[in-house]
Design a protein around this ligand. Sequence first.
Ligand code: SAH
Ligand code: SF4
Length: 356
Amino acid sequence: MNSQKMGDLRIFKSLSEEGLSAWMKERGEPQFRVAQVLDWVYVKRCSSFEKMSNISQGLRQALAEEFLIPVLENVRKIGAADTTQKFLFKLRDGQLIESVLIPASPALYGEPTDRLTACLSSQVGCAYGCTFCASGLNGWKRNLEAGEIVEQLMLLEEISGNRVNNIVFMGMGEPFANFANLTKAIEILNASWGVGLGARHMTVSTSGLVPQIRQFAEFPLQVRLAISLHAATDIVRSKIMPINRRYPLSDLLEALDYFHLRKKQRITFEYILIKGINDGLDQAALLAQHARRVSAKVNLIPYNTVSGLSWERPELATQQVFFQSLVDQGISVTLRREKGHDIAAACGQLRLQSIQ
Ligand code: SAH
Ligand code: SF4
């Protein structure tokens, strides 16, 4: 499943600079060819070795016999009226993933910013089975290769004609369950020879895989961390997120203490507001306590209804009371207006429609 091969060819965008350099060396090619080829792929955004006009015919052919550049095909696009665009991308083996372009931070309260954000998938499906989420409904299919993660970003930029300045790993899948490929993709997205996006402009979201949170604390790049918390007590969290039975809140918070200590950076708590489940002021009080402990800011997200699931979004008044309670407790908090809601295309739902 994790093999670099796709058919007989290796995915070019899974290669690091050292990997390409070693390949060139093996063939007796001069090292400046490495920078030339990387420039074609990541600066000129060329998707065919054939078109690399300053590379010798022999080397172009050898590259084409070994590597594959494009690995994704855009098969469907949904653009909400407010211009959040969701894409269904087909992988070489026919599997489908979702990637999303969000033009600005959709904060209703708190500080709005203007940036172009890409939301990327890390796996096909998800094994973690959170009861509110469409991505996990059909289980886990496979991990994405690093190059398949990198190419989502590049394809979004190609389709939109714009450069993305912010990446969130909040698409389909649990990024930390695909740790090696995720971190490799982040390195390529960050590298000056690659996409060149600052690490601080990338955020990995996890449902709370404790060992990987600790491992990520040792990752040298200053990538941001978001935790899908969604509940402030074990009873409520275990009800909606099975992962909490393996890593309860006490373990999770300890790992976050460690992460905060090592990285000295602000963590984000993602908190979906689900009617009658986690939207009470008792949860808000404990949420504030957890947030203060690990210096987290809180991002409240009104639940997006998923067809086939019975959860609902609370009334706006309830959302505002919850939000205000956190403000009153001195927590840095935003209440997000989820933009995909009206087109039934919140995360994971577009793919679900296509495979059912
Ligand atoms: N597996 C990772 C990252 C992908 S999910 C994680 O769980 O963090 C990205 C975010 O979307 C998570 O915070 C997830 O809980 C949230 N989400 C899932 N289903 C949702 C829904 N129906 N409405 C709103 N947010 C949802
Ligand atoms: Fe998987 Fe995240 Fe959805 Fe949970 S919320 S099922 S971990 S994608």
